[in-house]
Design a protein around this ligand. Structure first.
Ligand code: GRF
Length: 207
C-alpha cells in the first residue's frame, strides 16, 4: 500500500506512520509528502527520511483548480493507493476527492461526530471537550469528503477525560494515542480487517 501524505504543520502523526513502516509494524510504503507549508515539520521529516516531497499551495498555484490538479497529478505520479491527511489544514479539491473517493483518511483528535467541523482543530477541540464536561474523548479516523470532519468513520478509540485535565494535558494524551492508533488502523486496512468504503465490503468498527 503506497501512502501519500498531506500535512501542514508538525507531522508527528506522519512520522509515527513512517516509523511503523520502517519497523515493519505497518506493511506500507510512505510514497510521497505534500505540504501547503514550505516550512512545515512534515517537509523537514520527508527530507530526512528520503521521501519525495512537494510544496503545493496557493502560493505555488494561485488558482484552486490548478492546485487541485497538481495535487492529484503528484499523488498519481507516486502511485498512491491511500491518501493520509496528517494535520492537513486545507480542503481538497473536487478532482482529488473524486479520484481518491473512499481512499482519503483523516485523523481527528476527538470522538466525531461531536467536536468536529470548522474551528475544531488543535487545542480548540480539547477546550470544547472540557467545556462540555465530557467524560470521554479519543481519536477518530474517518474517510474524507468535501466538508470538514463529516465523512464515514472507520475507526475510533476512547480515553477518559480525567477530573483534573486541562485542554493541554488532554491534547497530549490524545496525541500520544493518535501515534499508536493511526499506524495500527492503517495496518488493519492492509490486512483487510477494515475495508475502505471504496471497496464497498465490510466496515469494521474498532472501539
Ligand atoms: C493531530 O492532532 C490530528 O488529530 C489533527 O491534526 C493534528 C496533527 O498533528 N488532524 P501532527 O502534525 O501530526 O503532529
Amino acid at each position: 500500500m503506497n501512502i501519500g501524505f498531506l500535512a501542514s504543520h508538525t507531522g508527528s502523526n506522519m512520522q509515527a506512520i513512517i516509523d511503523a513502516c520502517k519497523s515493519g509494524a505497518l506493511q506500507a510504503n510512505p510514497a510521497v509528502v505534500i505540504s501547503n507549508n514550505s516550512n512545515s515539520g512534515a517537509i523537514t521529516q520527508a527530507k530526512r527520511e528520503g521521501i519525495p516531497f512537494y510544496h503545493l499551495s496557493q502560493t505555488t498555484h494561485p488558482e484552486q483548480e490548478k492546485l487541485d490538479q497538481a495535487i492529484l497529478d503528484t499523488l498519481l505520479k507516486h502511485d498512491v493507493d491511500v491518501v493520509v491527511l496528517a494535520g492537513y489544514m486545507k480542503k481538497l479539491g473536487p478532482k482529488t476527492l473524486s479520484h481518491f473517493k473512499g481512499a482519503i483518511l483523516n485523523i481527528h483528535p476527538a470522538l466525531l461526530p461531536k467536536f468536529g467541523g470548522k474551528g475544531m482543530y488543535g487545542i480548540h477541540t480539547h477546550e470544547a471537550v472540557i467545556e462540555a464536561k465530557e467524560k470521554e474523548s479519543g481519536v477518530t479516523i474517518h474517510v474524507v469528503d468535501a466538508e470538514y470532519d463529516t465523512g464515514p468513520v472507520i475507526a475510533q478509540v476512547k480515553i477518559p477525560v480525567l477530573p483534573n485535565d486541562t485542554p493541554e494535558t488532554l491534547q497530549a494524551r490524545v496525541l500520544e494515542l493518535e501515534h499508536f492508533f493511526f499506524p495500527e488502523t492503517l495496518q488493519r486496512i492492509v490486512l483487510g480487517e477494515i475495508r475502505l468504503p471504496r471497496n464497498q465490503r465490510l466496515r469494521v468498527w474498532f472501539l
